[in-house]
Write a protein that binds this ligand. Sequence first.
Ligand code: NAD
Ligand code: IPM
Ligand code: MN
Length: 372
Amino acid sequence: MSSADSMRLLILPGDGIGAEVMAEVRKVVDWFAGNRGLEFEVSEDLVGGAAYDVHGVPLSDETMAKAQAVDAVLLGAVGGPKYDDLDFSLKPERGLLRLRKEMDLYANLRPAQCFDALADYSSLKREVVAGLDIMIVRELTSGMYFGEPRGITELNDGTRVGINTHRYTTEEIRRVARSAFELARKRQNRVCSMEKANVMEAGILWREEVEHVHAEEYPDVELSHMYADNGAMQLVRAPKQFDVIVTDNLFGDILSDCAAMLTGSLGMLPSASLGAPMANGRPKALYEPVHGSAPDIAGQGKANPIACILSFAMALRYSFDLGEEADMVEGAVEDVLAKGVRTADLGQAEGGTTVSTSGMGDAILDALSSRA
Ligand code: NAD
Ligand code: IPM
Ligand code: MN
């Protein structure tokens, strides 16, 4: 069991650009050790295809046990075409899903902030995204991703049927709703809950339970509801109308990729997956960028490491209560972007420079040092 002041990190770089962006996070971790005396105990292990190649499974029991024992897990990305034909239970993505399920990381926080320097680079107009700061809270341990029955079966006439079950219990909805209301109180105090209560019973239950938690525990927070399809449209029409969005596992997956483009690139979006408090009071936690292993650019030094570095900033804030240090990392990213330093996914700034993955990491370290 961890002591109250231990800072144990398990780093799981994973596949494709996961390893490339995580190398830059390591530099930031080391910077804080060297310059701010933060003594992280760092261990590293395999997940996804990288674990499959060595152990024949996308997450070994030993790695799972390590993840349960540390204060925070940092994950890069999993997956890749090399593993497309594997049995479903062995696919890289199953390693990540096992971590989320067994650590019971039910609240996935996916903030989408548009840095001013990138407002012109979003696929939407500057005025639609400039100053954007929204938080999507995605339920992460239930719903369509985990519901039973599931599988592919064959009917007597040979017709094949693919089955997944969208299922939510009262408590699963209530606990993620509480996470959203708590976050809203520290922001603009507004929650918009998204489901499809017009066509799904689980959506009706979702709306009723969110309303119940609101009435009983958070009447001071402004609550609204939206059908998730309208929500997707509103996210690109007028995203600044939102503060906190709370939604289920599948809708949250889709809506957060959509929100990523508001910020300029999928390479910008971090996330925190949080569970119940451990004995030391810290939440079970895993931090990862929203993007995947990007096989199309893997191994070319083109990946943007900012989403992964900002995920570490979220670890500083949510696991270690180091809000000031988290602000420093976010500020350093802002400084670098303001200077026109860009990885290829962020286009070319006028008079700016295009850098590699490690060039971006180095620029962020320089900016950290200037701020220290
Ligand atoms: P992806 O996020 O890997 O890539 C989508 C597009 O965005 C690609 O063109 C890619 O080059 C670009 N992109 C993503 N991250 C970037 C970054 N940091 N810098 C610059 N460009 C970036 O999604 P995909 O192509 O649908 O999936 C590829 C693999 O990753 C699949 O196996 C998928 O299952 C997996 N995946 C894993 C995670 C995760 O580990 N959390 C998330 C999403 C997808
Ligand atoms: C994400 C990813 C994952 C998901 C995959 C890789 C399992 O797309 O984290 O958004 O679907 O949840
Ligand atoms: Mn996704």
